[in-house]
Design a protein around this ligand. Sequence first.
Ligand code: NAD
Length: 471
Amino acid sequence: MSNSRRDFIRRSGLAGMGVAGAWMSIYAGTPGELEHIEEGAEYVPLQTFNMSGYAAPKLEVVRVGIAGIGNRGFDAVVRMNKIQGVEIKGLCDLRAERVKLAGDLVTASGHRPELYHTSPEAWKTMCARKDIDLIYILTPWALHTPMALFSMNHNKHVCVEVPAGKTLQELWSLVETSEKTRKHCMMAENCCYDFFELTTLNMVRQGFFGEIIHCEGSYIHSLTELLFAKDRFYQMWELNETASRKGNLYPTHGLGPLCQVMNINRGDKMDYLVSMSSNDFTLGNEVKALAAKDGFYTSYAGRSFNGNMNTSTIRTSKGKTIMVQYDISSPRPYSRIQLVSGTKATALKYPEPARIARGHEWLGEEAIKELQEKYTPEIVKKIGKAAKQVGGHGGMDFIMDWRTIDCLRNGLPLDQDVYDAALWSSVSPLSAWSVANRSNSITVPDFTRGAWKKNAQVDISMSKGGTTGVK
Ligand SMILES: NC(=O)c1ccc[n+]([C@@H]2O[C@H](COP(=O)([O-])OP(=O)(O)OC[C@H]3O[C@@H](n4cnc5c(N)ncnc54)[C@H](O)[C@@H]3O)[C@@H](O)[C@H]2O)c1
């Protein structure tokens, strides 16, 4: 091990929780991945620079390259095409027809993008270009971290779809690289920009809920039909993920807004996590039924799928609690829960319509409407109407992209930094470890390495910026 490696602070948090060897469990069978991780000890690099609150030099025009133009990627192209001060310089996908489709759209608006599609590594040529400022990554999960690292190391800011990485090692490498290069690595957690979530955050900031005690979130979205569709996801990558790990594979939609509400990484931090999964009662049966009719599915028939419902609970260092659930395979109505419970009031978004209670009573429709008007945050006043017109999950996707570009153009910190990306994504490998170990608790890494005590809250006041227009 090199001297610099020896200089890393190593905390035996995992061992201290009685879970020595946790790293080995998480990475079992792939010793190469353990390059810089000591058995039973958490790998914690020194913080070389604090990216929380970091403002990169202003960019009058943000030159963008987009990697992965599938379902989600094409929508991102549509949104970026609507934001002033964006120049789309590169579009990349393995599939030529996807790149061409996006290329035609943006060319009609005056962009002149290079198209990259000739090999699985064509994205490297785009991400290495000197005339691009921001790479937006919307590929299957396995490519998120490799593309983000390569891009930061080639002097680019990064927006990466959720989750930012799949393993703790990947997440630490994002943190280290963002600090080393001083490039933003923002995970595009769009749910932080949904209307009710933004209003709730504003109400929290103004003391409406008192002290926050407990929050609940989830990703409950019945996707079974899409998972088994042959042509919905590129090479059925999401089904393959579901057949390769057990735990909460997609925690960030439920968690992101709640972490902002609870000032996680900015005044409080996650301390430890406990996770429990049910068995799978639907996917295995579904695949057997499909295989009986169509030989294509035979190879999936013997596989063991992720359990239907995962429930993870997290205790924070200040003694607050979070519950986050994941279920994409039960026939249930959609829910991200979004419960915020404080000493004075409660908010609950799902099932919709959203409700707010003061004390023991849920408020009536009129009173909720009045509160929502009173506490509408500046960002919604500024861009909410245009966002609803452009669309993208009701407008939240556009608010996110507009805000990100506006921050880069005004030299402002981004709302989500690399520590948020790493922490929110880390619930996935941590839950997998806990599920595999009879729901024992596991210490959540402090990606900020103590800086959480002083890091500033996310600024939703829009006291600066807001100068970017919509086409
Ligand atoms: N935030 C949200 O609300 C939200 C919603 C949907 C999807 N997502 C995320 O977006 C990402 C993409 O999901 P999707 O539904 O669009 O999947 P998809 O399968 O439709 O798209 C993935 C694209 O990546 C391309 N690709 C694969 N390998 C590549 C390579 N080597 N180089 C270039 N391109 C490559 C594929 O050809 C495909 O077009 C995932 O990370 C997913 O989790 C987020």
